[in-house]
Design a protein around this ligand. Structure first.
Ligand code: 6PG
Length: 499
């Protein structure tokens, strides 16, 4: 009986779990779902229709209904809930079973869980899944990590639910595609033309969740940059929501084409049913976070990799949360009162280019971090593949990822995207516009740490000399930390003062 059971189990029937199961079933895979909340099980049964999907009323029914050896995906919030599910499943698991964590788990937790389960002969995969509800239902970007044999077991299922993007003839940019329809695919997923899947084996251990964490760090950075562009257009240029919608829509048709720019345009178009105002204007200016951006910054600092735009994005979410304090401070601390006097079309053009540099910088920081992590943790990441699977389905998909993919295809060990001839040139060509935007915005007293960090990163990275010699001298002065000289090898210490 068990051999004819359902091919995949899903624990956690929230929006992501249910939609992924439906997506799997649409591609011919049978699935059984379980949730401690029986109303979600009922909902799954209702949504399943004629598909080969079943909702289990109990854990024994769920475990007994799956074909053996079992493949079970968990889609529950990161942290203690994942451990709680593993504890509940443990008595029912058998050697050879495979557990898949499809949530946003911390990569070190994933490595620990894999080691614990391996002692019981149970395989474990940490799969980063991006794309939200729509991605889960119609094609997500998937970042699987763990033992390769384990990945091979579920590869057909993961490939079936992955987003597809058209193969790009070399040298051409591609618009960020999310769904099968956008990617030129028929509803059953068969390609009219050649298509690439947005899934690839990332590496051992926590590699999949590490890549997803950095994806989210980049996501935070891009969102902060776009928010800053909104602030500039709204407060400095006085654009209305209608005008903002039009600008983002226009930008989405060009080289800034991306999911986040697209939804930003849609957001400015959305009217609040209660007030008749644009919904965005009645949303409280306090951003939440579940931690993946912070983890990215923490890991970057642990590895000694600069990621200042991600850091700025996390800090600004923290600052946004200090709403009461900010309201008090606004009464006490004053800045420039000037109005912006630049010509709108010229400033909008500059802002477009500033955003391009900011976005490129965010990807550069994230991918440089992945390169360092790959070396430190022996993930053996293929950055071309990472860029390729981010081109569709995920939150950070953008047209820019095609030249990024091409850069790593030409030079797999590229230390930094800014060193790619094409991208470096594009950034250099637009830097005067970023400088102009920063100059005028700083003069107006508008906070733009994401854009400023992008420029500082660019200027610092391209600087063969930095004032760190002074920092070394200071360290040696107060703490005898020693320094190196430019004219002689070795380690030196100086008695800097007579006191
Ligand atoms: C994705 C998103 C998704 C989730 C973020 C939100 O790739 O689909 O990244 O995983 O929306 O984790 O993160 P915050 O709540 O921290 O903003």
């Amino acid at each position: 009986m068990a051999e004819q059971g359902y091919q995949i189990g899903m624990v956690g029937l929230g929006v992501m779990g249910r939609n992924l199961l439906l997506n799997m079933a649409d591609h011919g895979f049978s699935g059984m779902g379980y949730d401690t909340d029986q109303s979600k099980v009922q909902l799954l049964r209702h949504e399943a229709g004629e598909r080969r999907i079943e909702g289990a009323a109990s854990l024994p029914e769920f475990m007994g209904g799956l074909s053996s050896p079992r493949a079970i995906m968990m889609l529950v919030p990161a942290g203690p809930p994942v451990d709680a599910v593993i504890r509940a499943l443990m008595p029912h698991l058998e050697p050879g079973d495979l557990l898949i964590d499809g949530g946003n788990s911390y990569f070190k937790d994933t490595e620990l869980r894999a080691a614990t389960l391996a002692e019981r002969g149970v395989q474990f995969l940490g799969v980063g899944i991006s794309g939200g509800e729509n991605g889960a239902r119609h094609g997500a970007s998937l970042m699987p990590g763990g033992a390769r044999e384990a990945y091979e077991r579920v590869r057909p299922i993961l490939e079936a639910v992955a987003a597809r993007v058209p193969v790009v003839p070399s040298g051409l940019a591609v618009a960020a595609a999310s769904t099968d329809a956008e990617a030129g695919l028929s509803p059953n997923g068969a390609a009219h033309d050649e298509a690439e899947l947005c899934v690839a084996y990332m590496g051992p251990g926590g590699a999949g969740h590490y890549v997803k964490m950095v994806h989210n760090g980049i996501e935070y950075a891009l969102m902060e940059l776009i928010a800053e562009s909104y602030d500039i257009m709204s407060r400095a240029l006085g654009l209305t929501d209608e005008e903002l919608e039009a600008v983002y829509r226009r930008w989405n048709e060009g080289e800034l084409n991306s999911y986040l720019i697209e939804i930003t345009a849609n957001i400015f178009g959305k009217v609040d049913e209660r007030t008749g105002k644009r919904l965005v204007d009645v949303i409280l200016d306090q951003a939440g976070q579940k931690g993946t951006g912070k983890w990215t910054s923490q890991s970057a600092m642990d590895l000694g990799v600069p990621a200042p735009t991600v850091d700025a994005a996390v800090s600004m979410r923290d600052l946004s949360a200090l709403k009461d304090e900010r309201e008090q401070a606004a009464q006490i601390l004053h800045g420039p009162q000037r109005a912006y006097r630049g010509e709108r079309p010229r400033v909008l053009h500059q802002l477009h280019n500033a955003l391009y540099v900011g976005m490129a910088s965010a990807y550069a920081q994230g991918l440089a971090l992945l390169r360092a992590a790959s070396q430190s943790f022996h993930y053996d990441l293929k950055l071309e593949e990472v860029a390729r699977i981010w081109r569709g389905g995920c939150i950070i998909r953008s047209a820019m990822l095609e030249p990024i993919r091409a850069a790593y295809s030409a030079q797999p060990d590229l230390p930094n995207l800014l060193l790619d001839q094409q991208l470096g040139w594009e950034v250099m060509a637009r830097q005067p516009d970023l400088r102009a935007i920063i100059r005028s915005t700083v003069g107006l007293g508008i906070s733009i740490p994401g854009l400023s960090a992008a420029l500082a990163y660019f200027d610092g990275y391209r600087s063969a000399w930095l004032p760190a010699n002074l920092i070394q001298a200071q360290r040696d002065y107060f703490g005898a930390h020693t320094y190196e000289r430019i004219d002689e090898k070795g380690v030196f210490h100086t008695h800097w003062s007579e006191d």
